[in-house]
Structure formats: structure tokens, C-alpha cells
Design a binder for this molecule. Structure first.
Ligand SMILES: Nc1ncnc2c1ncn2[C@@H]1O[C@H](COP(=O)(O)OP(=O)(O)O)[C@@H](O)[C@H]1O
Ligand SMILES: N[C@@H](CCC(=O)OP(=O)(O)O)C(=O)O
Length: 369
């Protein structure tokens, strides 16, 4: 067995994400029998001493049937209404099902703001940790009823990766309606399962589509691969498989696709900076500056900035972009956007003393992995 699978099997704290397609159907709403099977599996792992945080999708899908809708609505207001009805049903079903094992659940509905703003991030962190200490199984979803299209996670795979870091999970398990990552969408015919992903080389030639078969999920396999990248690059291994194989995923971890952790654990601040914070603008860098900040982990100086985009202020998070337009890092900028015309391309000794400090200090900068 790979070290990744051994790590998932031995994890003391685990985030389990389940997709809409595994809990609901567009026509019948919530599938209580499938939900109960998932709860059986999670409860067994809790009984074995593991702390589990559940990230559950399905609010919008569960709200369709009670509202007489036959497919996921396209407009935001009806999606929010469906989520309001469906989340209620989902929370009730989990509370009842976990009570069979004398387990208490706590509903945690997060908006993107809760992780984008650093103060809110700390708040969510505190609540989740306290719930775990109290022996509660937190059941997390996006707060769809108030999320608007501009500020939303969009898919719960990304939310699950962020929550994994928030709670300091040892592993993330993504449960969907497909048993593994394939080199192409298995609905389109011949495709081979990818069993282990230990780096970029294992993803060469893999096409992860952004839609699913069920019509109720969001993001398809593309969002799961992206979420796995976020978790792995901050030290959290990921196992991806189908909800039908949940008992083996949470048992010997001998199914699905295992994504190895590729980076060291990031501190809460650096993780927030790298993956959670919203960027207010972009700084374009020349080649020399890219090498300095990415390879040599130096601070960014004004001399290496060639252009700026966006309306930002000193203290905001910005993306650092290389000459080809690729994001190479994110960081907290020290100056307002309006100050850059005077600063760009100039060496420190050409600038007045008050403008000689770094544009982005090395401590406030996280290269893209
Ligand atoms: N390369 C791939 N490997 C596996 N599944 C894929 C791939 N590309 C696209 N898919 C599709 O992604 C779907 C899962 O995504 P989605 O419906 O969003 O699930 P969920 O509701 O669990 O989040 C699968 O049903 C599958 O058809
Ligand atoms: N927050 C939404 C889920 C969005 C989502 O990502 O769904 P899925 O792709 O099924 O995990 C809901 O509960 O309906």
C-alpha cells in the first residue's frame, strides 16, 4: 500500500466531502437510504477514534422535489430558495441519522467571506475546533441562501480543501458518483483509472471534465482535482472515490485515487494568503523579479514591477504575475495602486526614503506551487 493510503487510513482527523450526486437525485430529492449508509460509515470511523468533519453538498438538489422543480434552476434566486428548503431537510436527516449512534451534529454554513476575510477565517477556525473538542460531528456546507454569484466558493470541493486546512485535518476524502479519477471522463467511453497521483507528472494526459452525469453536482472532476491540488500542496493527502465505496475509503483506503501530499503544512496565515484571500489586483513582474521571489524567496522590489492592474491599497492581497501572464505568487502589497506609476522599474536608491521599503515583503509572499 502507498504511503498516501496508509496516511489516510491512519488519519486522526479527517474531512469527508460528499457530493450532491451521491445523496440526491434531481427527481426524487434526498435519498435517505444512501445518507444513512454514509452516516454508518462515518460513525464507525468516529467509534474507532477519528474526528470527522463532514462537508455535505445537496441542499439545492434536496430542495427541488419539495418545490416541484424537476431540474436545477439556472437563476440565483430560485437556487437560493431551493437551498433554503433543501438545507433544512439535509440538516434534519443528518441529525436523525447520527442520533442512531448517539452522535451530535453541528451545522456550519460558511460563505466565501468567512474565509476570504482574515478575521472571519479565525472565527470559523475557532468554532470548528471547539465543535470537535466537544465531540460533535460538524456538517459543513456553503451558505447558499445568502451567497451571491460574485462571492461564493462555487463548489464544495474547494470548500472542503479550505476546511481541511482550517481544522488541521490529516486527510481529505472526496466522495462522488465515480469510483476514481480517470484519464478522461468515463462517460465518454474507454478511460483508465489513475490510482496514485504523487505530482504533476501523474496528471499528464489526464482530462478532468467540469460537468458530471447527475445534473445536480457542480464543478465535475475538474473541481475535485483542483481541490486535491490545494490540499496536497499544503500537506494534506487526498483520497477520491465513490460514495458507494465510502466504507473502504474510510477503512483500509484501498480504493479510488490517492493524491500524495506534495508540500509542507503551511501556517494558517500563509495558507490563507495562498488559497483563501481574495486578490484585489495584480502586479506584473519581469523575469528577474520572478526568479528572485519564486526561486530565491526574496522580497519583491519596485524595480522588478512592470505594470499594475486593479484598485488596491497597501495591506491588500495581490497576485504576482510573470511576463507570460501566469500567476507566480500572491502577497500582501505595501503600497496603494496609485503610488505605482512613480515606483515601477526604479531602484531603491532612485526613490525617496519613504518609498524604499519592499513592494511585497518576503514574509508576506507565497509562491504558487
Ligand atoms: N477524468 C474524469 N474522471 C472521472 N470522472 C470524470 C472525469 N471527467 C469528468 N468526470 C465526471 O465528473 C463527475 C463527478 O462530478 P460531479 O457531478 O460534480 O460530482 P459531485 O456531485 O460528487 O461533486 C463524474 O460523474 C464524471 O462523469
Ligand atoms: N452548496 C451546494 C453544493 C455545490 C456543490 O459543489 O455541489 P457538488 O458538486 O455536488 O459537491 C448545495 O448544497 O447544493
Amino acid at each position: 500500500m502507498s504511503a498516501t493510503r496508509a496516511a489516510v487510513a491512519a488519519a486522526q482527523r479527517i474531512v469527508v466531502k460528499i457530493g450532491s450526486s451521491s445523496l440526491t437525485t434531481a427527481t426524487d430529492g434526498l435519498d435517505s437510504a444512501r445518507l444513512a449508509r454514509l452516516v454508518d460509515t462515518v460513525a464507525a470511523r468516529v467509534a474507532a477514534g477519528t474526528e470527522v468533519v463532514l462537508v455535505s453538498s445537496g441542499a439545492i438538489a434536496a430542495g427541488l422535489a419539495p418545490l416541484g422543480l424537476v431540474r436545477r434552476p439556472k437563476d440565483l434566486a430560485t437556487q437560493q430558495a431551493a437551498a433554503s428548503v433543501g438545507q433544512q431537510a439535509l440538516a434534519h436527516a443528518y441529525a436523525e441519522s447520527f442520533s442512531r449512534y448517539d452522535l451530535t451534529v453541528g451545522q456550519v454554513l460558511l460563505t466565501a467571506e468567512d474565509v476570504v476575510r482574515r478575521g472571519h477565517y479565525r472565527n470559523a477556525h475557532r468554532t470548528l475546533h471547539r465543535l470537535l473538542r466537544l465531540g460533535v460531528v460538524p456538517v459543513v456546507n456553503e451558505n447558499d441562501t445568502v451567497a451571491t454569484s460574485e462571492i461564493r466558493f462555487g463548489d464544495n470541493d474547494r470548500l472542503a480543501a479550505l476546511v481541511s486546512h482550517l481544522v488541521g485535518a490529516d486527510a481529505l476524502v472526496l466522495l462522488s458518483d465515480v469510483d476514481a479519477l480517470y484519464d478522461g471522463d468515463p462517460r465518454n467511453g474507454d478511460a483508465s483509472a489513475v490510482r496514485e497521483v504523487s505530482g504533476k507528472q501523474d496528471m499528464v494526459g489526464v482530462r478532468a471534465g467540469s460537468t458530471g452525469a447527475s445534473g445536480v453536482g457542480t464543478g465535475g472532476m475538474a473541481s475535485k482535482v483542483q481541490a486535491a491540488r490545494v490540499a496536497c500542496s499544503s500537506g494534506i493527502p487526498v483520497l477520491l472515490t465513490s460514495a458507494d465505496l465510502a466504507d473502504r475509503a474510510l477503512g483500509p483506503a484501498d480504493v479510488g485515487t490517492a493524491f500524495a501530499a506534495t508540500g509542507a503544512r503551511l501556517s494558517a496565515r500563509r495558507f490563507w494568503l495562498a488559497y483563501a484571500a481574495g486578490a484585489s489586483g495584480r502586479l506584473w513582474l519581469d523575469e528577474g523579479a520572478v526568479a528572485a521571489v519564486v526561486d530565491r524567496r526574496r522580497s519583491l522590489l519596485a524595480a522588478g514591477v512592470t505594470a499594475v492592474e486593479g484598485e488596491f491599497h497597501g495591506g491588500d492581497v495581490v497576485e504576482l504575475v510573470g511576463p507570460a501572464g501566469t500567476v507566480v505568487a500572491r502577497g500582501v502589497v505595501a503600497y496603494d495602486a496609485g503610488e505605482f506609476p512613480e515606483l515601477m522599474g526604479r531602484s531603491s536608491f532612485e526613490l525617496p526614503p519613504e518609498q524604499r521599503r519592499e513592494v511585497v515583503h518576503a514574509d508576506d509572499l507565497v509562491p504558487r506551487r
